[in-house]
Ligand binder design. Structure first.
Ligand code: AKG
Ligand code: FE2
Length: 346
């Protein structure tokens, strides 16, 4: 697995998903097509790259391929590698099946393993099998491209992730980091049974809970409140999170699921203001898989979005996570607002 991960060419821009899959494929197959050529030619223009780029790429470079409606039997080593269009508007590169698990490269998440059933369930029903030889090439894509563009337009009309640079000064970032330094414990997530929280491989960072009384913390909450036009009482106590090399937070919503009755007793999370406290590390961007967007850290930068839709339900478009840190140490500050008064931190 380690060796295979070396072949991964990650995407660093939201519209580079296909280019990442294609470049990873070339590296795996030792094709001498440069990463630069791929990233310059197959990023899909101003919108995100769409699945037809895979076929265009193969045609242009004389690589035997076929586009098909995806059925489970394609998940067989004899047909691989294959490009599959997943939900989340992502194309992934499937390379191996072993013990009913699919191994695939994802532009933002690297080399992933998932059960065949759940992988198939998540997919959008389109696959390109590469170098399979015997099939005839056919064009399946136009209809899909149109649907894809419509879906993306709908998304960008309804959901926004706002970026506010210089929300905190560099000195404030340093001070906040310092205040948390001795308080880190392994991060947890809500327990799957809905009572309490637990350690999980989906979140491997450490967290510091800044529950002490401090006018500095109050001031930050006040500014977060002004930023998104809420009462400061709606903000929880500040949490810092830190990731060392390899640590990550997989895709999730900050809002609590219905079954998470323990957490919901204190109210539902509605808004997030996330602040980057440093930027001297590699990797570790904040990714929004449904929006095909990765936000890069910049010291003092705040990012804000809503977790619930207009009906108060968890909005899948707010799904996000922290990519693995490649080098160095990442520090963020989380300011979460709930729909009830949280001011027992006073
Ligand atoms: O580390 C990141 O960029 C995201 C963190 C996050 O989503 C969280 O702490 O809830
Ligand atoms: Fe989060």
């Amino acid at each position: 697995m380690e060796k295979l991960l070396d072949k991964w060419v990650n995407q660093t821009n939201w519209n580079e998903n296909i280019a990442s899959a294609l470049a990873t494929f070339c590296k795996l197959e030792n094709l001498e097509i440069s990463k630069k050529t791929i990233f310059e030619n197959y990023i899909g223009g101003e919108k995100m790259a769409n699945f037809s780029e895979v076929s265009r790429f193969c045609t242009e470079w004389g690589i035997d391929h076929i586009g098909l409606n995806f059925v489970k039997k394609h998940l067989d080593n004899q047909f691989l590698p294959a490009f599959v269009l997943m939900d989340k508007y992502h194309t992934v590169l499937v390379i191996k099946i072993k013990n009913d698990e699919v191994y695939f490269f994802d532009g933002v998440r690297g080399l992933i393993q998932e059960s065949i059933d759940s992988f198939f369930e998540r997919s959008m029903g389109h696959i390109v099998l590469v170098e399979v030889g015997n099939y005839k090439k056919e064009a399946y894509y136009q209809k899909h491209v149109k649907e894809e563009n419509e879906r993306i337009k709908k998304i960008s009309d309804h959901f926004s992730v706002k970026i506010i640079d210089h929300f905190l000064t560099s000195e404030e970032c340093d001070l906040l980091k310092e205040k948390g330094e001795s308080l880190y414990v392994r991060s947890q997530v809500s327990a799957s049974e809905g009572n309490g929280s637990e350690i999980s491989s989906i979140r491997t960072s450490s967290s510091a809970f800044l529950v002490q009384k401090d006018s500095f913390f109050d001031d930050i909450r006040e500014r977060a409140a002004q930023l998104i036009n809420l009462n400061k009482e709606r903000f929880e106590s500040i949490q810092l999170t830190s990731y060392t090399k390899g640590q990550l937070y997989d895709a999730h919503s900050d809002a609590f699921a219905d079954y998470d009755t323990d957490a919901l007793k204190e109210g539902q999370r509605t808004d997030t203001v996330l602040v980057y406290l440093n930027d001297d590390y590699e990797g570790g961007g904040t990714f929004f898989p449904y929006l095909n967007k990765i936000i890069k850290a910049k010291k003092g930068r705040a990012v804000t979005w809503k977790s619930l839709d207009e009906n108060g339900k968890i909005d899948p478009l707010g799904t996000h996570g922290g990519l693995p840190v490649m080098n160095g140490r990442k520090y963020i500050c989380n300011l979460w607002a709930r729909n009830t008064d949280q001011s027992n931190w006073k």
